[in-house]
Design a protein. Structure first.
Length: 462
């Protein structure tokens, strides 16, 4: 069943199976036909030679005054004079029904002291009959016989027999058959190799297409590139058109998001400045609502941008360079605390399947949060686990209780009012991660503080 499933699902295997089956059937039919034709040719040659000897025997047959037969001259083939050579002749006297009265009346020297036993045959003047008989030493003979009716003894006809060992016919046919099947086997092997090469060459454009698709999916290319046959070019052109349209949609979404952000910033800034100039309950309320509006605008703009980019082929952001750049920034920002930030080596091809800006925002918030709470040490690891990108940030701070962890992922929640911050960092990270189909989890760190694990879609490496 597994083999049938593979044959059904693989175009290459189906092409090979069909071609090889046709080669095998064609060679088998050709071999069977050629072998049969050659055997029939050998049989006709065998019978023609026997007929020649029978005619010569008939022509050389003479009768004396008493009606006794004899040969006027020996037959020309020297094998007839060599004992058990495989070629024989014999003359029998038979009765009216064809039963022998005197078997071996005359015979060739090649028979030595043997006599050919030919089945009785009804008299038929001049007709030639074919028989298969047993010869000397148990050999199988093919023979021709002819009945003659002497003028002096019409009631006692003579039967003239010429026979030859069938090995003289079978051996050449078998040798030819062996050579034929060997030649056809070599031909079949050559055709098989040619078929395999032809299928591999014919399927090569599909393999190149697969590599080009992998390059697009892995972010190494923005469109399908390479030389393809004319049959595949329409597919490549259509696919590149779709990729171009997707890129236009993403660019348009980014542009509209930026335009909306700029359009709202100015009136919100005016309202914020106006509220800051007044010292009243209404001014404080307006300031709070303006700040809330800013956050909502930033949140929805981020959602629109991420929704436009999630799943777009070619999105690829290497993780290690992003971590290294952010760690340098954090060391400068928190230089007075002399923190030890350590990045564990990650695979060179490990990458995030998304926007570089979003990855920087998520990692920046995680690292900034860890630097605020760590006493001395922070460790960062990036790996691929279960087909996802997993980034863990550990610190040696005081940690966070289990009941407070879920609250920390809510927007505006702060673990300690004495530590600077808005309480938006982990919430923003969690929101962005969920938009990409990932998640943020909090746990106890081996360093004694908090461990934040960020899971995101990983960019293909092939």
């Amino acid at each position: 069943m597994m083999r049938l499933a593979m044959l059904r699902d693989s175009l290459q295997l189906r092409l090979l199976a069909g071609t090889l089956a046709w080669i095998v059937v064609s060679i088998a039919v050709a071999g069977w036909g050629l072998d049969g034709l050659f055997r029939r040719h050998v049989e006709r040659q065998f019978d023609a030679e026997l007929k020649t000897h029978l005619d010569q025997l008939t022509a050389n047959l003479v009768f004396d005054e008493k009606g006794e037969p004899s040969l006027s001259a020996p037959l020309s083939d020297p094998r007839l004079s060599r004992p058990f050579s495989g070629l024989y002749w014999q003359i029998d006297r038979v009765d009216g029904s064809g039963r022998p009265l005197q078997a071996g009346l005359l015979r060739s020297r090649s028979l030595w002291d043997s006599v050919l036993a030919v089945p009785p045959d009804a008299p038929d003047d001049g007709a030639v009959h074919r028989h298969r008989i047993t010869g000397p030493e148990g050999s199988r003979l093919g023979g021709l016989e002819r009945m003659l009716f002497p003028a002096g003894r019409p009631d006692q006809p003579l039967r003239l027999i010429v026979a030859a060992d069938e090995a003289l016919m079978n051996e050449p046919a078998e040798r030819f058959g062996g050579m034929l099947w060997l030649a056809l086997a070599i031909l079949g092997a050559g055709l098989t190799v040619a078929a395999v090469v032809q299928v591999l060459i014919g399927m090569a454009p599909l393999r190149r297409l697969h590599s080009a698709l992998s390059a697009v999916r892995g972010g190494r290319s923005q469109k399908l590139q390479g030389r393809f046959p004319v049959e595949i070019r329409p597919l490549v052109q259509e696919f590149n058109t779709v990729l171009g349209q997707n890129a236009e949609v993403v660019a348009r979404a980014r542009t509209q998001s930026g335009n909306l952000a700029h359009a709202l910033k100015t009136p919100l800034s005016v309202l914020a400045n106006a509220a800051a100039a007044e010292d009243s309950e209404l001014a404080r309320l307006v300031g709070e609502q303006v700040e809330t509006a800013r956050r909502q605008v930033e949140c929805h703009l981020r959602r629109a941008r991420v929704a436009a980019t999630v799943g777009v082929p070619g999105m690829r952001t290497p993780v290690t360079p992003a971590l290294q750049g952010l760690v340098k920034v954090m060391r400068r920002v928190h230089a007075e605390r002399e923190l030890e930030l350590r990045i564990f080596p990650a695979a060179e091809n490990l990458a995030f399947h998304g926007e570089e800006q979003d990855l920087h925002e998520m990692l920046g918030n995680l690292l900034d949060n860890a630097c605020k709470w760590a006493r001395r040490r922070i460790e960062v690891r990036a790996t691929e686990e279960g087909g996802q990108l997993s980034i863990t940030v550990d610190d040696d701070g005081k940690g966070l209780s289990v009941k407070h962890r879920e609250a920390m992922l809510q927007r505006g929640t702060r673990a300690d009012e004495q530590v600077a911050g808005s309480g938006l960092g982990l919430a923003i990270v969690d929101e962005l991660a969920r938009l990409y189909g990932g998640e943020v989890t909090l746990a106890d760190s081996p360093l004694g503080g908090l461990q934040v694990r960020l899971r995101l879609p990983v960019a293909p490496t092939n």
